[in-house]
Write a protein of this length. Structure first.
Length: 433
């Protein structure tokens, strides 16, 4: 059993980037769950851990009540930080899957040993470690130097899994499947890869600067790393309530306030985007009902535009009260892969997409975040992300296809989503995207 953790308040505010450079950069297994470089709300967590098997995580029972207010240092009180890829979850749901790269673990969890918790709203921080270590750990954190500026990336060439024309043809095949009644909506994805070696810490520094997000993060385990500027919370469990916040609908930010507002309005009112979002809301309501008390599943927010530095997104929120005794594994089996990354109906959509995409998604379209010893959790979608491995790196991107999809607009949306992560590793989109 791991040692119990103690939280020790730190004097003054520390920059999470400095703390990660001091605490996490030198460890083979480290993490940084990031509320963003200029966050004025939310929490960040920076620390280290040791690899653990998925079994203990999946068997963790989810909390049916708040664990109490004695712990000031945020909702994460110790447990696991990690990721789960797409293929393993799709296979558990009964869908056919492609063979994944064995160098990148499809599911990886770090059992947390020590970390720093940052409350951005109150500008307070805590060192968290076993009682006999927390004092020395706090001293290390207090003297964390400012990190060096991330160097400009070496230019790299990105190769697309699909040419733009081929992707547009796949969109038409999606529409054929929808016309035949085999699906209502399909989340068609592709991948952009580089063969160059990538420094995960520098790449994440550039990614968070270009596309800051409230659920960003960097998780490193030896020579594999996930860097994400995810804007989409997949699952949150708090006081016995599970919430999911699917994103369907994306527009770029405008060059000036007038065009920016027009783009946000067009997204909010677009019939195709609204229909796509509502379809996924209905799917997620069905998924949550499998682990929730009867009659407790509802929609807390519908078709809300959220704006980030690079994009506007159309977001909804679905929630349910968990049945007593539900485990992390049971929740994941009911909900994962996320409907926003598959389409509807889910199993039929995954089967069709396997035939069309002709390659693994890997960690893209999976999820990452934390699972607490107290039965709380917070997991984000692996989108707007970079997966780094010994052979290079890849960026996944895609979009939801409905009967009314316009192929040119869908191709352009893929480019919007992939541009920022690729730029963080020194690559441009291949021609045509």
């Amino acid at each position: 059993m791991p040692k119990p953790l103690t939280a020790l308040p730190l004097e003054g505010w520390q920059d999470p980037a400095s703390v990660f450079a001091s605490v996490g950069a030198g460890s083979p297994h480290s993490f940084w769950l990031d509320a963003g470089p200029a966050a004025e709300a939310g929490w960040s967590w920076v620390g280290t851990g040791v690899p653990d098997e998925p079994g203990p995580v999946r068997s963790q029972r989810l909390a049916h009540a708040d664990a109490g207010s004695a712990w000031e240092a945020g909702r994460f009180r110790g447990g696991w930080i990690g990721w789960i890829g797409y293929e393993g979850a799709a296979a558990r749901a009964g869908a056919p899957v492609s063979t994944v790269d064995p160098a990148v673990p499809g599911e990886q969890w770090l059992r947390v040993q020590r970390f720093v918790a940052f409350d951005h709203a109150r500008r307070r921080a805590w060192a968290v470690a076993p009682a006999d270590e927390v004092g020395a750990f706090a001293q290390l954190v207090a003297h964390a130097p400012a990190p060096p500026a991330a160097p400009a990336p070496e230019p790299a060439r990105a190769y697309g899994r699909h040419e733009p024309g081929a992707y547009a043809a796949l969109i038409e095949r999606c529409r054929d499947a929808i016309r035949e009644g085999d699906a209502y909506q399909l989340c068609l994805t592709t991948r952009f890869s580089v063969a160059a070696s990538v420094d995960p810490i520098a790449a994440y520094a550039r990614l968070r600067e270009r596309t800051p997000a409230h659920h960003g993060g960097l998780i490193r385990t030896r020579d594999v790393a996930l860097a994400s500027a995810s804007p989409e919370r997949f699952l949150e469990v708090r006081e016995g309530v599970v919430r999911t916040r699917p994103i369907k609908g994306t527009r770029p930010r405008g060059a000036d306030p007038v065009s920016d507002a027009a783009l946000a309005t067009e997204l909010r009112e677009n019939e195709k985007e609204r229909a796509e979002n509502v379809m996924i809301v209905d799917l997620m309501r069905n998924d949550l009902s499998r682990v929730s008390e009867p009659g407790s599943v509802g929609v807390e927010g519908l078709l809300e535009v959220e704006s980030y530095p690079a994009v506007h997104q159309l977001v909804s929120t679905v929630s349910g009260t968990l049945r007593a005794g539900v485990t992390v594994g049971e929740l994941l089996d009911a909900t994962f892969p996320a409907g926003s990354m598959t389409g509807a109906p889910k199993l039929s959509a995954m089967t069709i997409l396997h035939e069309l995409e002709r390659g693994p998604r890997g960690l893209f379209a999976g999820c990452f975040g934390w699972v607490g010893d107290d039965g709380a959790l917070d997991l984000a979608m692996v989108i707007r992300s970079i997966v780094m491995h010994p052979g290079g790196a890849y960026v996944g991107a895609g979009g939801g296809i409905t009967w009314r999809s316009d192929a040119a607009a869908e191709v352009a949306e893929v480019g919007i989503k992939a541009r920022g992560p690729l730029a963080a590793i020194g690559a441009d989109l291949p021609p045509g995207w």
